[in-house]
Design a protein around this ligand. Structure first.
Ligand code: HEC
Ligand code: HEC
Length: 343
């Protein structure tokens, strides 16, 4: 994480670009040149976007804690009605999201935000779209106890799990003498979520140096992504995110991080920058699912969104030509194409 960030800043400095800052007044990223034949700038960007080789989770891919967490993730006793599991919204067959513009809770009430995918979250410093959870351990019980989301109570959950012999044994094995408790349930769920890693993509291969992994249009799209379109100002690093919060000028009323920090102007309407890995596979987009396709996302950035004091200075009308929009879209598809699935 730190290495990637350092490499990113290094790349910006080398390209004559100032490092990202949280203020609105900081200048928009200017254009490092990516020649089609590669060259020194490309080497710098490769360092910035390289996927780390260490495993994502310290808990191991498949230890007993992760296995217990996986069981709980699919467990309907976690909801007050016994009908809903984490996997109802975070569907493993659908990038751990649900394809709906906004999530639907236990009483069929539409919630205010879209279900996010659950990949590569081990390094994310503040979870939820507004960053209100400081760790996975803190996050995972929030949906369970939220009356509109899963509508369970801790008391009932502990009692119900305690009655199932499988859980009595499984919790005893991992947490001897403790059994199911708020702490042990959260630890197991967090370990499972932490173990979820997005697949390697064509873009990763290209970053590793395999020139044939990306087509012409995809490579032009990358040059736009780190150049004229300025996407890299926020979508940098191997997960294509700075994990920071920005207002990108979407017109809805949700104040995002601003609801937690009413006095911080730059956080009004600000949401965490999402990872773009696998993004083409999971429309609709944004915290409210308001943009139905990647074309709509690119059109939004091209127009620059609602001009208001909180909007990031890095979001502004871009003047992209139709062929450039098509290239940018091709690039976003290349960060979503798992290796081995053809093109
Ligand atoms: C009703 C659908 C629904 C259910 C059920 C649900 N979630 Fe979520 N989940 C969401 C939504 C919506 C958000 C985003 C909320 C926000 O940011 O305000 C979210 C956010 C998250 C996040 C944060 C992801 C990020 O990128 O910050 C994690 C982790 C997560 N859920 C795990 C779980 C676990 C574990 C369970 C089961 C205990 C669960 N969820 C149950 C809809 C759901
Ligand atoms: C100022 C920082 C910033 C810049 C510059 C930026 N983004 Fe984003 N991007 C964000 C944030 C923040 C969100 C989430 C907004 C929300 O959920 O409401 C986002 C969301 C997205 C999404 C939707 C992802 C999802 O899962 O819903 C896509 C796709 C995307 N950006 C692509 C791009 C492209 C392409 C560019 C360049 C044209 C770009 N971004 C420039 C910060 C930025």
């Amino acid at each position: 994480m730190r290495k990637v960030a350092a490499a990113f800043v290094g790349a910006l400095v080398a390209a004559g670009v100032s490092a990202p800052a949280a203020t609105r007044d900081e200048p928009a990223v200017t254009r490092p040149q990516i020649g089609s034949g590669g060259g020194p700038d490309l080497e710098i960007w490769r360092e910035t976007f390289r996927r780390p080789t260490e495993p994502v989770s310290a808990d191991g891919e498949d230890g007993p804690l992760v296995r217990l967490g996986r069981h709980l993730f699919f467990e309907r006793l976690l909801s007050g009605t016994g009908r809903m599991a984490c996997s109802t919204c975070h569907d493993p067959a659908n990038s751990f999201q649900d394809g709906r513009p906004r999530a639907v809770g236990v009483f069929y009430k539409t919630l205010s935000r879209r279900t996010p995918p659950l990949f590569d979250l081990a390094e994310v410093p503040a979870l939820m779209r507004d960053g209100r959870a400081r760790s996975l351990e803190e996050q995972v019980l929030m949906p369970v106890l939220d009356p509109n989301e899963m509508g369970q109570t801790l008391e009932r959950l502990l009692e119900q799990l305690g009655r199932v012999p499988f859980y009595r044994d499984a919790f005893d094995a991992v947490f001897p003498g403790e059994g199911p408790s708020a702490r042990s349930i959260a630890a197991a769920l967090a370990a499972y979520v932490r173990s979820l890693a997005s697949p390697e993509t064509a873009f990763d291969r290209w970053i590793e140096g395999d020139e044939s992994a990306l087509g012409e249009s995809e490579r032009r799209g990358f040059a736009l992504f780190v150049g004229k379109a300025g996407c890299v100002a926020c979508h940098a690093g191997w997960r294509l995110t700075d994990d920071d919060f920005h207002d990108i000028g979407l017109p809805d009323r949700d104040r995002g991080r601003g609801a937690l920090f009413p006095d911080v102007e730059a956080w009004q309407h600000a949401f965490r920058t999402p990872s773009l890995r696998g993004v083409a596979a999971r429309p609709p987009y944004m915290h409210d699912g308001s943009l139905p396709s990647l074309e709509a996302v690119i059109d939004h950035y091209d127009r620059g969104g609602v001009d208001r004091p909180s909007r990031s200075s890095r979001v502004r009308p871009l003047g992209l030509r139709p062929d450039e929009k098509a290239d940018l879209r091709a690039f976003l598809e290349s960060v979503s194409r798992p290796v081995g699935s053809g093109s």
